[in-house]
Design a protein around this ligand. Structure first.
Ligand SMILES: NC(=O)c1ccc[n+]([C@@H]2O[C@H](COP(=O)([O-])OP(=O)(O)OC[C@H]3O[C@@H](n4cnc5c(N)ncnc54)[C@H](O)[C@@H]3O)[C@@H](O)[C@H]2O)c1
Ligand SMILES: O=C(O)[C@H](O)COP(=O)(O)O
Length: 409
């Protein structure tokens, strides 16, 4: 019988943006050795030229996977975002083509929360400008505008994984925590949910943003919101660069209204460490500027490499799509002695009955069947006797609405 499952050595994996070595080790340990590893990201044209023979791609936050890139990705099975955010991926384009996207939703949570807390303390003490002055030979020994964070009000916008982690750490330091979110959340410790962003801005001494990049968070903090912040308060953004209007923030800082700010993410970020960082915020000594390193710790990167590496290997090995951000989630047992057909189809009426007809009309006994759908696609997994998988694969590929179909030995 012809071999239909792709040999692992032929499965090409492209890893970009210097993902941690643990990703390579994890994939190697699972038998995937055909890995191209690049330390930098690729732009759209470079991706289009390269992605045609790639089965799995691993990226971080810098690489934009657009409709045009997916259109050129004939063999792409899955994307691994070795980070939390997936806004850099056109998820709709991926889903339409039956390409599963995975990320690491928790592995760098703690790293971001720790950085934010450290920044809250440093800014409350005026350390950034005292440090800058000392580097220039200055000596700013005074207690003016220098505060403890104990007893201060921390406002968290977006009470998800990072927001809640920050909430717990901040309370341990004696801060009062307030948060706002689009959904009602169970407050941890003594934190209090505030119904509106405006109210939170007017109440808190330190405001930290932890929302994803969506249409509703784009320029969420602009002149109007900055006006509502307390005089002498602090703004921290380690979420996404699109969330804060940087020009409006620069204007507000120029007016002296804020004690300081810490910004880790920017509307336009350098594409590599060799490119100049350009921002109107460079002029302010009371602003901590960091190069999008909220999640860049050894611990986080190592864990992310293992987590996403495992998700890609598992999806490739047995079709399990659990925790995919765009795909119907199916947890699959192993399939010893059988062949497994993975069929991804448009979620339209009639496809399942046509699929089942393939099996009944051809006398193929179904040993196991698993189905999940989302609004766009359906994902059906069928285990069959290995003598029938080639025939079933051929027939399934011609079912109307089929997006892609593969077989696993
Ligand atoms: N700087 C970095 O290196 C770094 C590292 C990790 C994550 N991030 C960013 O941080 C974001 C948050 O991460 P997370 O793991 O906490 O995500 P999460 O999904 O667990 O939490 C996000 C929270 O924001 C809330 N939210 C969404 N829209 C909102 C709105 N308009 N107003 C108020 N709340 C809103 C959600 O309901 C959710 O509770 C990520 O999406 C990512 O973009 C940055
Ligand atoms: O989404 C994330 O996890 C952060 O933005 C970190 O992205 P990075 O892996 O590019 O540092």
């Amino acid at each position: 019988m012809a071999k239909t499952s792709l040999d692992k050595s032929k499965i090409k994996i492209l890893l970009l943006e210097g993902v941690h070595q643990s990703a390579v080790d994890t994939l190697n340990a699972a038998g995937y050795t055909n890995i191209e590893y690049l330390k930098h990201s690729l732009n759209e044209d470079e991706l289009i030229a390269k992605i045609g023979d790639v089965h799995f791609i691993g990226i971080r936050s810098r690489t934009q996977l657009t409709e045009a890139v997916f259109a050129a990705a004939d063999k792409l099975v899955a994307v691994g975002c070795f980070c939390i955010g997936t806004n850099q991926v056109d998820l709709e384009a991926a889903t339409r083509r039956g390409i599963a996207v995975f990320n690491a939703p928790y592995s760098n949570t703690r790293s971001v929360a720790e950085l934010v807390l450290a920044e809250a303390i440093l800014l409350s003490r005026g350390i950034p400008e005292k440090n800058a002055a000392a580097h220039r030979g200055g000596w700013m020994k005074h207690a003016k505008n220098s505060y403890e964070v104990r007893g201060k009000k921390l406002g968290i916008v977006g009470y998800g994984s990072i927001g809640t982690q920050l909430s717990v750490l901040a309370e341990a330091l004696g801060m009062e925590v307030y948060f706002c979110d689009v959904v009602s959340k169970l407050p941890l410790g003594n934190a209090v949910q505030i119904p509106s962003l405006d109210e939170l801005l007017g109440l808190c001494d330190i405001v930290s943003l932890h929302v994803p990049e969506t249409l509703s968070t784009r320029n969420m903090i602009r002149a109007e919101q900055l006006d509502k912040m307390k005089n002498g308060s602090i703004l921290i953004n380690a979420s996404r660069g699109s969330v804060v209007d940087i020009d409006a923030l620069a204007e507000t800082l120029r007016s002296g209204k804020l004690l300081g700010a810490a910004i880790d993410v920017f509307p336009v970020e350098p594409k590599s460490n060799d490119e100049e960082f350009v921002s109107p915020l460079r002029e302010f000594d009371n602003v901590i500027l960091t190069p999008h390193i909220g999640g860049s710790t050894v611990e986080a990167q190592q864990n992310i490499g293992i987590e996403v590496g495992e998700k890609l290997a598992t999806y490739s090995d047995n079709g399990t799509s659990v925790s995919s951000v765009n795909f119907p989630e199916v947890a699959l047992p192993s399939h010893p002695g059988q062949h497994r057909l993975l069929h991804i189809h448009e979620n339209v009426p009639g496809v399942m009955s046509e699929i089942n007809t393939v099996f009944s009309d051809n006398g193929i006994n179904i040993c196991g069947q698993y189905l999940r759908t989302n609004e766009t696609i359906g994902y059906v997994v069928v285990d069959v006797n290995k003598d029938y998988s080639e025939l079933a694969l051929e027939k399934l590929r011609s079912v109307k609405g089929t997006v892609r179909c593969r077989v696993l030995f």
